[in-house]
Structures are given as structure tokens and as C-alpha cells.
Design a protein around this ligand. Sequence first.
Ligand code: ADP
Ligand code: DAR
Length: 341
Amino acid sequence: MNTEKKHQSLMKKHHTESVKKNLAGVSTPHGFTLDDAIRSGVENEDSGVGIYAGDEESYVLFSEIFDPVIEEYHGGYKPTDMHTADLDSEKLIADSIDPDGTFVVSTRIRVGRNLKGTGFSPAIKQDERREVEQNVVNALSTLSGELSGEYYPILGMNEEIRERLVTDHFLFKQGDRFLASAGANRDWPEGRGIFHSGDKRFLVWVNEEDQLRIISMQEGGGIREVFERLSGGIRTLQEKLAFAYTDHLGYLSSCPTNLGTAMRASVHVKLPKLGKNEEHLKRICKELKLSVRGINGEHSDSEGGVYDISNKQRLGISEVNAVNLLIRGVGTLIMLEKCAD
Ligand code: ADP
Ligand code: DAR
């Protein structure tokens, strides 16, 4: 008999009889219901969170379940707390995460954004997704200098080019089973695409898990350059696009794990000695408020002793503070790697 306790997602934990009773029959302006929101966690019993928002109204109308999920995932963030944004690179504590250039292979910072008043990936209809794509592409055409580039729809993209972009960590694949259950893969690949600058150091994913993933990345540990490129791109885009934002939850994302800054700042870093005991490495990272991933995206494995290390906290922390936390944490990991046998 399988005696192993079934993993319980945050959704399952907070999907109480009161929630079921009070939210039955409630739907958002995009026709999104509680059953729609929890479907991913119901269909994927190994979900860690298991709930997605279909639009900004989901976080208000379904707050009886979203609030406790958010509070538990984001380290006690209360329904009355306020989020503050800060993209001032002057407050960064270092120019490079690895000045000697011996451990950090590459640095990437991404933020998620969704357009105000629209359906998010689990609820958006086909015509609205096309409209979002067009509005974003129009805004991308205003980027200049090192940020200027081209938009490439995935629909009709040469398969060899698409595969190479994914292998080289630039492009996204169709959503995983969690996103599929959430409805984010409907009409794939129509309305999805990638914008990138000539040097592929500035990229924007269109209509992946969020409507925009704005990305700055480069080889090495030059965190200040990566941050300033990203904040410059965000500044230009928000002159043309209105992003869904509230003082309480910051930038609104389809998955509640990405609220607030909606930022994941990551390095691919060589930690072969610490990696010999991955559970110990994960415990150290937890202490440092860092997440550990493999190097080919979420749910992937490490390769060659290289790990994807990033900030865990996204909400209730500013962008500069999240990046400074990564800088300090990776510095500690590199020191421990040097001391390890
Ligand atoms: P997200 O896009 O939500 O940050 P993923 O873990 O799915 O997260 O990463 C998306 C893609 O970006 C993957 O191909 C991954 O390998 C790549 N990636 C993430 N961090 C880095 C990094 N520091 N250097 C190079 N590629 C990275
Ligand atoms: N796999 C889902 C979502 C976790 C966070 N990752 C995102 N949003 N890509 C889960 O509930 O475990």
C-alpha cells in the first residue's frame, strides 16, 4: 500500500468548505471561476502551489483562498501589507557577482508583466491574445540603441531555429503540465513569440506564462549591466503599455508566486563540490533565501555541477533588495565552494 503522504499544495490546504461555499458561482469579468483557478492543482497532485489567477479581478474576488496562499508562500505577507518597487541601480551593492569570473557562467534577470484590464494566460481568449501580442509588438518597436531588435512569432518559425533558441536558453517551450491544466497552452503557438536585441542580451517573451517576460541576460557575473539594461527596457515599454499593478500585490502575475516585483534574478554558477550533497546545498540556499533550479528551466536538473541560483522572495521586497540578496547569497556560496573538499 502506498503509505507515502500525498504532497499537499497550498491550494489544497486553503481550499476549505467555507471557500467552496462562499465562492461557488462567483466568476470574474473574463468568466474565470474558482474551479478554473484550482484546476492545475487538482489535476497535478504534486503541485506546490496549485492555483492561478485568470485576471487581476481573480485576486479580489477569490481573495478568501488567494490571501492565505500568498501569505504562506511569500513568508507571512499579510492582506494589509503594501509592496514597494525600486529599480534604482545606484543602490546595488556590486557591479559583478563574481569579480574573478571563475564561478558564474551567466546572469539573467527577468520580470513578468500583464496588461491592465486583460485576461491572463489561464483565461485570455484567442482574439484578446492576438490584440495583446500586437500592442506589445508595437511597444517593442520603440526600443532603441542596444535594446532595439526584432520580434519573431513562434507560429511559422523554422523548427531548427526554434529548437536552437530554446537550447541556448533564449526561447520558451510550450507550457509544462501545470500550465497546460491551467489553460495557458490554449491555441499554442498562436499569439506567442520572442523579441530579442541584436546581441540577444535583451529579450521579451510574449504570451508565455505571463503576457510579457522582460529579460536581460549575459555571460559572466556583470549584474549591474544586466540590471540597468532590464530597467531601461522596462522604462521604455511602460511609456506605451499600462501594466496590471496594485499597491498591495505589486505587478500582477498569473501565478501567485510571481507577484510583487515578478522578478527572478538568477545566475548559472559552478558549485561541483557543494553539489555533491544536493540536499545540503538546498538547505544552505534556503538559509540564504535563495532558490535552486537545474540549468534548463524550472523542474530541470543540474548539469556538470552548474546550478541555477535565484532570489526566492518576489513580493514585499524591492527589485534592488532582491538583487542585493542574490549578490550576497551567491558570494557566500562561492566562499563555501572554495572551502569545500
Ligand atoms: P523563468 O523564465 O521563470 O525565470 P526558467 O527557470 O523556466 O524560469 O528559465 C527560463 C530559461 O532561462 C531556461 O532556458 C533557463 O535555462 C534560462 N535561464 C535562467 N536563468 C539563466 C541564467 N542565469 N543564465 C542563462 N540562462 C538562464
Ligand atoms: N508548478 C506550479 C507553479 C509553481 C511556480 N512556478 C511557476 N509559476 N512557473 C505549482 O503549483 O507547483
